[in-house]
Design a protein around this ligand. Structure first.
Ligand SMILES: Cc1cc2nc3c(=O)[nH]c(=O)nc-3n(C[C@H](O)[C@H](O)[C@H](O)COP(=O)(O)OP(=O)(O)OC[C@H]3O[C@@H](n4cnc5c(N)ncnc54)[C@H](O)[C@@H]3O)c2cc1C
Length: 456
């Protein structure tokens, strides 16, 4: 039984359907095609799908990329048809071998949902709210439904209820141990508005990403289905983009490159700006629980909700689905599946968490421990960004790491490191963000601050 029919729930259900006779997904909302749902308010905002996530989507649901394109999504070579600005300068435009499928989050989800519904042994039951778990400290045997009066038994329960998961309460209600959590507060704000797209805008490119720079502000404009621009502005540490249309436009003018502001000025709005607030990244350490109850898995944002600036959530959920598939293929005692799965997941989750946490900590306003490794890494990342503005080889490697296709270690390979050290030491090409108080006080670490979003 899978709780939640978001991206994580759909991918996990698909994998479970290979090994279990019957899979039931319980979802609170009733889906209405490719529309934003109440249970997924973040669906209104820019959702970039990293290339490694796209590859898993395609493996689990063959043909889904083609279907997305048929329904109006755009495909782009990551650094060729997309403009990527980091530290105020554009990264070298070069082939990376990475494809970006640009679509709204509701469309991505709708394509996966329709394909999930076609799988004979999966049932999607909508309009059902799960209230808690049935079982005890040793084993979870089902869930309680609306009003806690009704119960539903299952051999395996998967919590895919997203970042609002109540798993800690549910576990303590049945006397099971509760995992510790790690948290990194970033107080990020988004505001998103749709605009009509006209031929020739942005030189025909499919999207532009301006990473959060020294002033903690960034943005993205992506051409989604329906020939529209989806424009998301973002600001860290309480400096949130406004939803008043004129102020929204003014905020866009303070980003470190003019492209998004140009699109806003030059396009007809389709709706009003909509906000979203994300206070902190949260990781629940089920991998460290010494006594995990059998019969329970926790996945997706319920397991780890990443700072959305790095566009990792859907992709890490996809990597978790693949980790589950490997655990199921390997066999072993069913009672040990929960422990094996959370141990296997720890690797991709830790890799993504390290990337985002290290980058967030390059912002002096983010509270957290900066050990020597973090400080050295951030210095090197800042050099990498500068080198990637000039050197296509570095730009390609950097993007492949950001898309979770290659490990960060490739940036330390002697041939790449030599290029980074050679081309990344001058700050000549970086310029401070316009209209920013922080522009006068840019430090090297800040100018190489979080790359946003690591997508497209
Ligand atoms: C502002 C923002 C922007 C983001 N941008 C990106 C991006 O660019 N790229 C990226 O990869 N990721 C991004 N993410 C993260 C991404 O949205 C998630 O990581 C991804 O969707 C996986 O989430 P999930 O399936 O675990 O949870 P969700 O998508 O939140 O789905 C949870 C589901 O569970 C259901 N549910 C909740 N409680 C119950 C209950 N009690 N009973 C029954 N059903 C329930 C909900 O209705 C919902 O359908 C972003 C997140 C935010 C907040």
């Amino acid at each position: 039984m899978v709780l939640g029919a978001g991206i994580a729930g759909l991918l996990i259900a698909r994998v479970l359907s290979e090994s279990f006779a019957r899979v039931t997904i319980l979802e609170r909302d009733r889906a209405d095609g490719a529309r934003v749902r109440r249970g997924v308010p973040q669906g209104r905002h820019l959702h970039g799908l990293l290339d490694s996530g796209r590859a898993v989507f395609e493996e689990l649901f063959p043909g889904c990329t083609g279907e997305l394109l048929r329904r109006g999504a755009t495909a782009a070579e990551v650094l060729v048809n997309t403009r990527w600005y980091v530290g105020g300068a554009r990264l070298a435009a070069t082939p990376t071998g990475l494809t970006s499928v640009i679509a709204s989050r509701p469309l991505l989800e709708d394509v996966l949902r329709e394909r999930t519904r076609m799988i004979a042994n999966i049932a999607v039951r909508e309009g059902i709210t799960v209230h808690g778990l049935v079982g005890g400290a040793d084993r979870v045997t089902g869930v309680t439904l609306d009003g806690a009066a009704e119960t539903f038994a299952a051999d395996l329960v998967v919590d895919a209820t997203g970042r609002g998961s109540r798993i800690e309460y549910w576990l303590s209600d049945i006397g099971a141990p509760v995992p510790e959590s790690e948290r990194l507060e970033v107080d990020l704000g988004y505001a998103t508005r749709l605009f009509g797209h006209r031929a020739g805008q942005l030189g025909g490119d499919a999207s532009v990403i301006i990473s959060t720079g020294a002033n903690g502000r960034g943005g993205g404009a992506v051409r989604i289905e329906g020939d529209r621009w989806l424009v998301t502005l973002a600001g860290m540490l309480g400096d949130h983009p406004p939803t008043d249309p004129a102020e929204f436009r003014e905020y866009a003018a303070t980003l470190s490159a003019p492209d998004i502001h140009d699109i806003i000025t030059d396009s007809e709005p389709v709706d009003d700006p909509v906000p979203y607030r994300f206070r902190s990244s949260v990781r629940r350490r089920f991998d460290r629980l010494t006594a995990m109850p059998a019969g329970l898995l926790v996945v997706g944002d319920a397991l780890c909700a990443f700072n959305p600036l790095y566009a990792q959530g859907m992709t890490v959920a996809a990597l978790q689905a693949m980790a589950l598939r490997e655990c199921l293929y390997a066999g072993g005692m069913p009672d040990e599946l929960a422990v094996r799965f959370h141990t296997a997941c720890a690797e991709p989750v830790s890799a993504a968490w390290r990337l985002t946490a290290t980058s967030d900590l390059s912002n002096p306003g983010v509270t957290g421990t900066r050990d020597l490794r973090t400080r050295l890494t951030n210095r090197y990342v800042a050099q990498t960004h500068r080198a990637a503005q000039r050197d296509p080889v570095v730009a390609r490697s950097f993007m492949r790491v950001a898309h979770l296709v290659e490990p960060p270690a490739v940036l330390a390979h002697p041939l790449i490191a030599a290029r980074i050290l050679l081309r990344g030491n001058s700050t000549a090409s970086s310029r401070p963000p316009r209209g920013s108080a922080a522009a006068e006080s840019t430090t090297p670490a800040q100018s190489g601050a979080s790359v946003w979003p690591h997508h497209t």
